[in-house]
Design a protein around this ligand. Structure first.
Ligand SMILES: *Cc1c(COP(=O)(O)O)cnc(C)c1O
Length: 394
């Protein structure tokens, strides 16, 4: 049987495409490992590896030596297990009745973070036998974690069952992205007391930002996330990480408009010159947030001018409001022959850095990456180093 349709190259024909550079990802992890000094370096791959795909990201990091992964849920852990066969996988949101099987069958380590979870975990151990766990201790964030004094009491409780065997005690920094913030030292001191009480058990405090705070924050294991994906971990400093993700949207149509005409919903942009506009196939349903509109977005209070795309060597501003499936860019300053229907405009990547796109939207790179939606076509640039081949072949 033949048909009259050509084979569809999904990436070449996609309205919105996302390229993930696994080589850059791996270099970023190796950079984090160097900065982690004597500590082992893990990887936070929750939320589908910050939107970039836990299968490919997890496997690439596993192949270059990552053996400690942090996910949010047991389901994420079960998926990752297929790509990281003998790694330790920590489940940050802990264990909940009804999910025990996922933990035992996939050898996932629950991160126990409250007295209720601790009591439940003791009952799981009594019913199902020995299994490792981690303990999260709150040192000032007031999100998840046992209170520090309760954790220390637990460490010193001689009556606790032998089957209760934490392999890691951890805490999370609230202000690590601000090196000068006094809270970092306070949390460090509180965590030191906790980790001293759990003598012989590994300790972990630093996320990406914490790694940059210096060796006293590194303990035995670091947990970088955003820096692996190219995001800036520390505010107000140059970002040394390599960009990993590039999002590009296809131009569906270009059009000319006269000075005085308006653009998009609400007529929110009134053109002050004769303009050329490019309409691309991405909108807020794809995570290209409405707050990136050029103006007229009452909910954006930041006073920022809106997002920029990049095409033919130059930035182009968003024109008017971003809509659900479509965004309009002002391409008046780009030579006409370089902006045609079918071309792609970069939304973020090597030219429009993810942090700059996020700032224009009034948010952070984490939210941009994890908000990408489901409609993009993903493409992975493989990491092809010698050590990957040798590890992969072993
Ligand atoms: C998400 C997360 C990390 C990674 O944080 P980044 O800022 O992305 O490096 C580390 N630890 C915990 C507990 C987390 O929730």
């Amino acid at each position: 049987m033949t048909d009259s349709f050509e084979d569809n190259d999904a990436f070449a024909s996609a309205g919105l495409r996302l390229t993930v550079d696994l080589g850059a990802l791996v270099e970023n992890w190796q950079d984090m490992a160097r900065r982690s000094g004597r500590a082992r370096t893990g990887a936070a791959v929750k939320a589908d590896a910050y939107g970039l795909g836990i299968e490919d990201v997890g496997e690439a990091l596993y192949l270059v030596g990552a053996r400690d992964f942090f996910v949010a849920t047991a389901d994420e852990g079960a998926t990752l297990r297929l790509y990281a066969p003998d790694a330790r996988i920590f489940v940050l949101c802990g264990i909940w009745p009804g999910t025990e099987r996922l933990f035992f069958e996939n050898d996932l380590v629950p991160v126990i973070a409250s007295e209720e979870q601790l009591a439940f975990w003791m009952s799981v151990l009594a019913d199902h036998g020995d299994h490792p766990c981690a303990l999260q201790v709150d040192t000032g964030f007031n999100r998840l974690g046992l209170r520090a004094e309760d954790a220390i009491a637990l460490a010193n409780d001689v009556s606790r069952p032998a089957s209760f065997a934490p392999v890691l005690v951890m805490s999370h920094l609230a202000c690590g992205d601000d090196a000068a913030n006094a809270m970092n030292k306070q949390q460090l001191e509180a965590f030191r007391a906790v980790s001293a009480a759990f003598e012989g058990i590994e300790a972990s405090l630093a996320n990406s930002a914490g790694i940059f705070l210096g060796s006293e924050y590194h303990f035995d294991l670091t947990r970088p996330g955003i820096a692996l994906y190219g995001g800036r971990a520390v505010n107000g400093t140059a970002n040394p990480m390599r960009p990993v993700a590039t999002a590009e949207a296809r131009i569906i149509q270009t059009r000319s408009a006269k000075a005085g005409e308006v653009v998009s919903y609400g007529g929110a942009l009134k053109l002050t010159r004769d303009s050329r506009l490019a309409v691309v196939s991405a909108g807020y349903a794809d995570g290209y947030m409405r707050s990136l509109s050029s103006g007229g977005v009452p909910l954006r209070h930041t006073g920022l001018p809106g997002g920029q795309g990049f095409i033919a060597g130059q930035p182009v501003p968003v024109a008017g409001r971003v809509t659900m499936d479509l965004t309009i860019f002002d391409v008046t300053d780009v030579p006409e022959k370089l902006v045609r229907a079918g071309n792609y405009i970069e939304l973020f990547g090597k030219n429009i850095l993810i942090d700059d796109a996020a700032r224009a939207a009034g948010t952070i790179s984490y939210e941009m990456l994890t908000g990408l939606g489901l409609r993009h076509e993903r493409h992975y640039i493989a990491h092809e180093s010698e050590d990957q081949k040798s590890v992969g072949a072993a």
